[in-house]
Design a protein around this ligand. Structure first.
Ligand SMILES: Cc1cc2nc3c(=O)[nH]c(=O)nc-3n(C[C@H](O)[C@H](O)[C@H](O)COP(=O)(O)OP(=O)(O)OC[C@H]3O[C@@H](n4cnc5c(N)ncnc54)[C@H](O)[C@@H]3O)c2cc1C
Length: 499
């Protein structure tokens, strides 16, 4: 480096999906007006640069599950996506040019925004004299010495000062070991490739009743599928339906209540979390019995659709997720986190991750017509000799289906097969530690990886679902945005220190 030449931080971003775009956007704003440069290398081995798994081109019925006015790459500018959409030349003469804030867009449109924004970020970076390079390969290994981090991909190595893991999530879990069975689809995405392979009159079993399961059912219905569709999961719970949320002030499950329990017991126990949660929901006017799992899915959907103007339960849960999720989760031991996940997660997820109302209406119509059923307590799904599958539920009832689509999720912070070798290399050399409830351990104040031997000045960070083990919920766009800000804050401090 010459005299007077600004120091350039060499940053590697492993994974080039939505998290990487948000990080790049945040870094550019964080270093605005500064002489310091960043030389950024993004490793992305798939063809899904910028869009990742969720926002790549797909059927238009696969919707973003938040209103367009709240989807963004920036936590402090929730209208960023909608402004882009309103001005996008390709949508000038379409209804997207004046789309209201509370509409839901296809995920592929959001992917176009991410792709366009990545290009804007690259242009802005280059204008500032930074470099942004994309290596179209999967990173397989990282090694650190005192002054340098080496990242290896198939065809070479790169040398960096800081590394951010943006590895995304994995494919479904294949809970019934059906891989290879004819008629089994191990991954629902992209829907536009998977669904045309299914005969229009086939009985389709969708494993999983979360948002991906909903994508499959909706995709089939919108593609003119005529055969029966059965969705199944342990509890048979569909996501709730997103309502307009009135402001809600927490009364029982508050940061102060958590502090008091921690002061008394040294940690927050799962049973106290449940007690506070129950008190909060009761105070919000929620009938807890109505949350019980054994109500028919259609009844729940109908009820949710009847209260789109104000859903007390969703308002309370949303306030908890925003205001107290982190203090609660951080105050629990690993054992209590596990307990909470095993007992309550399946019930809480439909509440905090709801589906768009138009989606719910389509599903309800299909249930009312008898084409779509949602079942719980599946005990096994087995491939039959000669083709097809048998579904068995807890009561010993057997149902024959023709095709199975796996839309389950692999745990709280599941990562994909392409991410695993890289994570293994970090844990193998003590640069990262696995989190027993999923993903890797992070320091929640900086998103830095927790190493076996902690570094004073952390060099590895994690952004996205991989951090959910310590944050409970780290993979939504909003969480990616807020945590990208946390990481670039630390990076900027390191750059100021010249390290
Ligand atoms: C189907 C689906 C729908 C979703 N819908 C919404 C929604 O509506 N609203 C919302 O807020 N959130 C949604 N999410 C959650 C979240 O916004 C997305 O998952 C988002 O894409 C996460 O971004 P990411 O960058 O963390 O992961 P991804 O976008 O998956 O990107 C990770 C990238 O890392 C790459 N990679 C992995 N390992 C390596 C390696 N070793 N080397 C190099 N590259 C590697 C992968 O190829 C991948 O492209 C959705 C998630 C899914 C799966």
């Amino acid at each position: 480096m010459g005299v007077g030449e600004a120091y350039a931080m060499r940053l590697a971003v492993i994974g080039g999906g939505a998290a990487a775009v948000s990080l790049l956007d945040s870094a550019l704003r964080r270093f605005e007006g500064e002489e310091r440069r960043c030389d950024i290398t993004v490793y992305e081995g798939s063809a899904n640069l910028a869009t990742g798994r969720a926002y790549r081109p797909d059927l238009d019925c696969a919707l973003v599950n938040r209103e367009a006015g709240y989807m963004s790459v920036r936590s402090a500018d929730r209208g960023h996506f909608l402004r882009w959409l309103h001005r996008a030349p390709r949508y000038r003469d379409t209804s997207y040019a004046s789309l209201p804030v509370d509409s839901y867009v296809p995920r592929r449109v959001y992917g176009e925004y991410l792709t366009a924004h990545l290009e804007s970020c690259r242009a802005e970076a280059e204008r500032r004299g930074w470099t942004v390079r994309v290596v179209p390969e999967f990173a397989v290994e990282a090694k650190a010495t005192a002054g340098d981090v080496m990242v290896r991909s198939a065809r070479g190595v790169g040398h960096f000062d800081r590394v951010v893991l943006c590895l995304g999530t994995g494919a479904p879990a294949d809970p019934y070991r059906l891989a290879g069975a004819p008629g089994f689809h191990p991954d629902p995405y992209p829907l536009r490739a998977v669904l045309p392979e299914i005969a229009a009159d086939a009985h389709v079993l969708v494993l999983g009743s979360g948002l991906s399961g909903v994508d499959v059912a909706l995709g089939l219905l919108r593609s003119g599928h005529r055969g029966p569709i059965t969705m199944t999961s342990r509890h048979g719970l569909l996501p709730g339906v997103r309502a307009t949320q009135p402001p809600y002030s927490l009364r029982h499950l508050t940061p102060e209540a958590v502090r008091q329990r921690v002061a008394r017991d040294g940690a927050l126990r799962a049973r106290d979390t449940w007690r506070l949660l129950r008190a909060e929901l009761t105070a919000a006017g929620v009938d807890l019995r109505a949350l019980a799992a054994d109500r028919p899915a259609a009844e729940r959907l109908r009820e949710d659709l009847s209260r789109l103007g104000g859903n007390a339960c969703q308002a309370a849960v949303s306030a908890m997720m925003h205001q107290v999720r982190e203090p609660v989760w951080c105050a629990m031991s690993d054992t209590d986190r596990r307990l909470f996940l095993s007992r309550f997660h399946a019930f809480s997820k439909p509440l905090y991750n709801p589906m768009p109302p138009p989606t719910a209406r389509t599903l309800l119509d299909a249930m009312d017509s008898g084409q779509l059923a949602v079942r719980s307590r599946t005990t096994s799904v087995t491939a039959r000799a000669g083709g097809g599958f048998t579904l068995e539920d807890g009561g010993g009832r057997l149902t024959r289906v023709d095709t199975v689509v796996d839309a389950t999720r692999s745990g709280l912070a599941g990562t994909g097969s392409r991410a695993e070798p890289f994570i293994d290399s970090l844990t193998g050399s003590g640069l990262a530690v696995r989190n027993p409830v999923g993903g890797v351990r992070i320091d929640v104040t900086s998103n830095a990886l927790r190493a076996a031997a902690p570094e004073e000045d952390p060099r590895f960070f994690a952004l996205g679902d991989i951090a959910s083990g310590d944050l409970f919920y780290a993979g939504s766009m909003y969480m990616l945005n807020t945590r990208a800000e946390v990481i670039t804050h630390t990076l900027a401090r390191a750059a100021h220190a010249g390290g």
